[in-house]
Design a protein around this ligand. Structure first.
Ligand code: HAM
Length: 426
């Protein structure tokens, strides 16, 4: 057996945890101020939820990307490939339709897709997800897009491109797909295999092809945004008006189609250049009717998700998110065997108020000092036979080189006075 993580999965190591926690705090603040509640849902659901919500022409289904398995009761279960289906299931199951509308919910956690692995594309990755249910109004769309933008800005990202389009309502889509099918059929043999498949299932998705030849062909035809009904056009226009009023920088992209089948009307993506080919950080759109499709009440909804790994990749090298692992206030070093448990006891009692680390084995003073500077501890407390005799620690300030003898029971006051001194300096 190879002792290695599964392809497409990654460990999040201790020195990366700070960035993750900080990102969640930052977005949590934006959500709280906008009255968004947090919801945690299970990592797996009955398979039908995800198969029905993603739709039969979505990449998740067509490319068999879902991790589906049978449990011991022969139930078909699926690891969540996204949050939307599960959040809608929970909204229905807990009767949230009776809450004041709209109901706004955010979530965070791992999601699973069996995709081709490359930079920015993993098989287990993490999303921050937002859904707002109960109102079909362009104001809600604009608020969702502005929240997406605010969340990414709060994480410290700049250089974002917000692209906005519309895939229309089901009637628009049916009409548009019929138009594309008719227009593209003469080019069928020139299209890639994936696009030929899309031509049969959902021609609109050919706009998403990354293959140059496919793009050359489809670009000759009208994009989805131009084929909309007046009602859908008005909805789209109203969203753009709000965004303009609120100074959210966006561009209209008439060709946005999105990879999941459930989208209606508003569709949008936010990109960041400089993280490779997978540069879409966030994607979302309106999905009225999805809950009805899952067996619940007909409910309007819109939402989005961003990939946490992609955001952190885009933030690399930015000061605002450079590590620190928690810097200790004091590092204790045992100079003889008896001192090993003594420093551990002292550290425990000081941790009520301070971050105190210690060596677990006897050290020579010079090695203890080197270890302390490696973990950026400003102070080192040495404990050996001489200190034991006096009930003290020899405490050395690594910056000034000053050394003092502090009685063990006064270490706490000493650390408080050091912290106060630092605050005065700054
Ligand atoms: P999505 O566009 O499939 O939308 O994914 C949203 C984001 O998740 C992407 O923009 C990307 O940052 C990240 N992502 C997707 N796949 C991967 C991957 N294999 N590796 C790393 N990151 C990835 C949805 O998931 C919809 N459920 C969003 C939504 C919510 N729409 C309405 N409500």
């Amino acid at each position: 057996m190879e002792l290695q993580a599964v392809k497409g999965t990654k460990d999040i190591l201790p020195d990366q945890q700070f960035n993750w926690e900080r990102l969640l705090l930052d977005v949590g603040t934006v959500f709280r101020r906008a009255g968004v509640g947090k919801i945690s849902i299970p990592i797996f659901e009955h398979s039908e939820i995800f198969f029905r919500s993603a739709g039969e022409s979505s990449d998740l289904v067509v490319q068999k990307e879902m991790y589906t398995f049978e449990d011991r009761g022969s139930r078909s279960l699926t690891l969540r490939p996204e949050f939307t289906g599960g959040v809608l299931r929970a909204f229905h199951e807990h009767g949230m339709a009776s809450l004041p509308s709209p109901v706004k919910l955010w979530s965070h956690g791992p999601v699973f897709r069996g995709e081709q692995v490359q930079r920015g594309r993993q098989r287990q990755f993490h999303q921050v997800n937002y859904e707002v249910l109960g109102i079909e109004d362009p104001l809600v769309d604009a608020e969702a897009i502005s929240l997406a933008y605010d969340c990414l800005r709060a994480c410290g990202l700049t250089g974002l491109t917000v692209s906005l389009g519309s895939v229309g309502d089901p009637e628009d889509r049916e009409k548009y797909n019929a138009y594309l099918r008719k227009s593209l059929t003469p080019f069928r043999e020139q299209l890639s295999k994936a696009s030929r498949n899309r031509l049969d299932l959902n021609p609109l998705r050919i706009w998403d092809s990354k293959i140059e030849e496919d793009q050359q062909i489809i670009k000759q035809f009208e994009p989805p945004l131009e084929g909309l009904s007046d009602k859908s056009k008005r909805h789209h226009l109203d969203v753009t008006k709000y965004l303009t009023d609120w100074c959210i920088p966006f561009t209209i992209d008439p060709t946005i189609v999105r990879g999941l089948d459930y989208y209606r009307k508003t569709a949008f993506e936010i990109r960041h250049h400089g993280i490779g080919a997978q540069n879409t950080i966030l994607g979302g759109g309106r999905y009225d009717g999805l809950l009805a499709n899952l067996g619940g009440a007909d409910t309007a909804g819109i939402g989005w998700a961003f990939g946490v790994e992609r955001v952190l990749d885009a933030l690399k090298g930015k000061d605002s998110h450079t590590p620190p692992v928690e810097k200790p206030d004091l590092y204790l070093v045992p100079l003889d065997d008896l001192a090993v448990s003594e420093v551990a006891n002292t550290a425990r009692s000081l941790r009520e108020s301070f971050t105190v680390l210690h060596a677990y084995r006897v050290r020579k003073p010079a090695k203890g000092l080197r270890e302390a500077s490696r973990i950026h501890s400003p102070l080192v407390g040495l404990r050996g036979e001489a200190e034991r005799g006096q009930g003290t620690y020899t405490v050395k300030d690594l910056e000034s080189g000053e050394q003092v003898n502090i009685v063990e029971s006064e270490l706490k006051e000493y650390l408080i006075s050091c912290a106060a001194g630092k605050n005065e300096e700054s």
